[in-house]
Design a protein around this ligand. Structure first.
Ligand SMILES: Nc1nc2c(ncn2[C@@H]2O[C@H](COP(=O)(O)OP(=O)(O)OP(=O)(O)O)[C@@H](O)[C@H]2O)c(=O)[nH]1
Ligand SMILES: [Mg+2]
Length: 298
């Protein structure tokens, strides 16, 4: 007779928070081993909470990437911050991401992080940019300020200490059955969302100044077929002058954007796509409740 020992299984929610541009989305992608969340050198890249599920035989971790915490100047920012607030509550662990050299935290956030009912890890990201002394200073600072359960220097970009982080995470995650079927989708977001994000990510890369912060991408239509997917997308901007910049002289800029976006999307869906981009003006949409709702900021 064979006796099967029940294999222990852990599952839980891990929420990633921090200021803009510290590398939260890069960290999510490193933990997942694939690019799900848009990463760019510009602050305020992430606008929605994105969940990603990492499955192994003996664990299931549900990570949330969130928008960076900042002072809101538009209603858009308020909605983005609402998405962050949630992540302090329904979770088993909070990862507070900072970057090497950043030694500031506002009192509000500090209080929030010190009274968490769940464990807190502080991750000092981008350690590839500094030396040992700087890392030691940062560790001492965060120990003093937040006294978290774990402080770990990492480099999300270079996959440094990501394996150690995973080990530490599993130490505090409770035992329990998986929350989601293991062969289901690995994210709560659908293909349309990722396609819109890839177009927005390309806009962030190709345009400068206020353009990246003034646009929203809506997928109007997505027709799948075996050989080719046909996608109709609208880029909304906040002013007429921005539309002209988005289109560029003789439509050159939008053409480049189309090519750039199409390559990313084809890579993601694994087949050819036809992409139809239109630019529209939605006057000051960032302060318009109705538009924000339409764009998915609840
Ligand atoms: N040198 C270095 N750069 C990094 C590292 N991790 C992220 N970056 C860079 O930092 C920039 C911001 O990264 P993101 O992952 O978009 O940062 P984020 O915190 O998600 O930013 P928001 O979504 O705007 O809040 C990008 O240019 C990344 O390539 C790292 O470990 N080392
Ligand atoms: Mg991000």
């Amino acid at each position: 007779m064979t006796i099967f020992a029940a294999m222990s299984h852990k599952s839980g929610f891990v929420n990633i928070v921090g200021k803009p541009n510290v590398g939260k989305s890069t960290l999510l992608n490193a933990l997942m081993g694939q690019d799900l969340s848009v990463v760019t050198p510009k602050a305020q890249t992430t606008r929605h909470r994105i969940k990603a599920i990492l499955n192994e035989d003996d664990f299931q971790l549900i990570f949330s990437d969130t928008p960076g915490i900042m002072k809101p100047s538009y209603k858009l920012h308020e909605r983005m911050l609402d998405a962050v607030q949630e992540t302090f509550m329904d979770t088993d662990l909070v990862l507070y991401v900072t970057e090497l050299g950043d030694k500031t935290i506002d009192e509000d956030l500090k209080t929030r992080l010190t009274v968490l009912p769940v464990p807190l890890f502080v991750l000092i990201n981008k350690v590839d940019k500094g030396d040992q002394q700087k890392v030691e200073d940062a560790v001492a600072y965060w120990k003093d300020v937040l006294n978290p359960q774990v402080i770990l220097p990492v480099s999300a970009m270079h996959n440094f200490n990501i394996d150690v982080l995973l080990e530490q995470i599993l130490k505090v995650i409770p035992e329990g059955p998986p929350y989601f079927e293991k062969d289901d989708e690995i994210s709560d977001r659908n293909t349309r969302f990722f396609v819109a994000e890839m177009i927005r990510g390309s806009i962030l890369q190709l345009y400068q100044k206020e353009i990246p912060y003034s646009v929203e991408v809506v997928i109007e239509d997505y027709k799948e077929s075996e050989e080719i997917d046909r996608i109709k997308a609208t880029i909304y901007c906040a002013r007429e002058s921005q539309k002209a910049i988005l289109l560029g002289h003789q439509g050159k800029a939008i053409k480049k954007l189309g090519i750039e976006s199409r390559m990313k999307i084809e890579d993601f869906v694994g087949k050819k796509i036809y992409l139809d981009l239109t630019v529209k003006v939605a006057d000051d949409w960032r302060d318009n409740d109705k538009m924000l709702k339409r764009f998915g900021y609840e």
